[in-house]
Ligand binder design. Sequence first.
Ligand SMILES: Nc1ncnc2[nH]cnc12
Ligand SMILES: [Zn+2]
Length: 333
Amino acid sequence: MPVPKAELHLHIEGTLEPELAFALAARNGVTLPYADTDALREAYRFSDLQSFLDLYYELMAVLRTAEDFTELADAYLERAAAQGVRHAEIFFDPQAHTARGIPIGVVIEGLGASLDRAEERYGISTRLILCFLRDESAESALATLEAAKPYLHRITGVGLDSAEVGHPPAKFREVYEEAARLGLRRVAHAGEEGPAAYVREALDVLGVERIDHGLRCMEDPSLVDRLARERVPLTLCPFSNVRLRVVDTLAEHPLRTMMSAGLLVTVNSDDPAYFGGYVGDNFDGVRDALGLTEDQLRELARNSFEASFLEDDEARRARYLAEVEAYRFDAAE
Ligand SMILES: Nc1ncnc2[nH]cnc12
Ligand SMILES: [Zn+2]
C-alpha cells in the first residue's frame, strides 16, 4: 500500500477520464468532437494553462445530471484510495456548469451523494471547496457564492482558479470577504503562471490560508522567507507543471529546493485525467526524478495532513499522522 496522504489540490472535473466522458456523452446525447478515446487522448498535448483549460471546459459538456457528478466523484475516490489517499479536499467549478444551464444544486448534491459515502466505501474523509473562475467577473463570483448559500453545510472553503495572468487576486476581494464572514476557509491558485506578486496579493488581500501551486514564489526570496516563517502551505502539482510547461521536466521541478528552503509543500495531482497520473503517481514521479529519500517522502505525507482543513476533527488528523509515522516504505509493493 502507498504511503497514507491527503490530497489538497484536485479539481473534480479534472478527473474526467476519456472512457467516462464517452459513456456520459452517450447517456446524455452529447456529441463530442473526437472519434474515440484514443483521438481524445491525442488532444492532451498542452502548450500552456489556457490550452488545457479550453479542453477541460469543452469536455464538461457531458456532465449534466446529479448522477453524473456522483459517478465522477466515485471514480476519483476509488482511484485515490488505491493510491493511499485517506483525506481529500476537492475543488469544483460551479460557474463552468451554471453557465451551461446546470443548477448549482445539481452539482453540489450530486458530488455530495458520493462524498457522503466516501468514508464507508473508500476509507476517505472529504471536504468540498467551491472555486471561482478568475477569468469571469467579480460580480459572477459574488452571484455564485449567493447561489451556494443553501448548500453551505456541504462546503468547507472557497478557491480561485482558471486563467491566472491578467486576473490578479485583488479582483476578488469582496467575494473573499463575504466568504470569510460566512465562516469559509480560503485558498487560491497563485504563482502558477502568474508572478510572485499574485501570491503576496492572495495572502494580503484575500486572506488565504493556503496557496495552490505558488511555484513562482521562488523568484522572490523575501516572499519565500515569509511563507516559510508563517508556515503557509503550498499545494504543488508536479505532473501538472510539466504538462502545462510551467517547468521543462520533472527533474527540474523546484520541489526539493522548496523543501530545503523550509516551505510547507504538499504533492497533489491537480487534474489527473489530463496530466498522466493520480497523486500516488506524482509521489512516485518526484521520488524517481528528484531522488527523494524516504524521510522526504514521509515529510510530504505529514505535510499533507498538517496543511489540511481538519481543524474540526483533530482526533482524525492525529490518527492520520500516526499512520504516516508507522508506515514502512521498505514493506511497500
Ligand atoms: N492547474 C490549474 N490552474 C488553474 N485553473 C485550473 N483549473 C483546473 N486546473 C487548473
Ligand atoms: Zn489547480
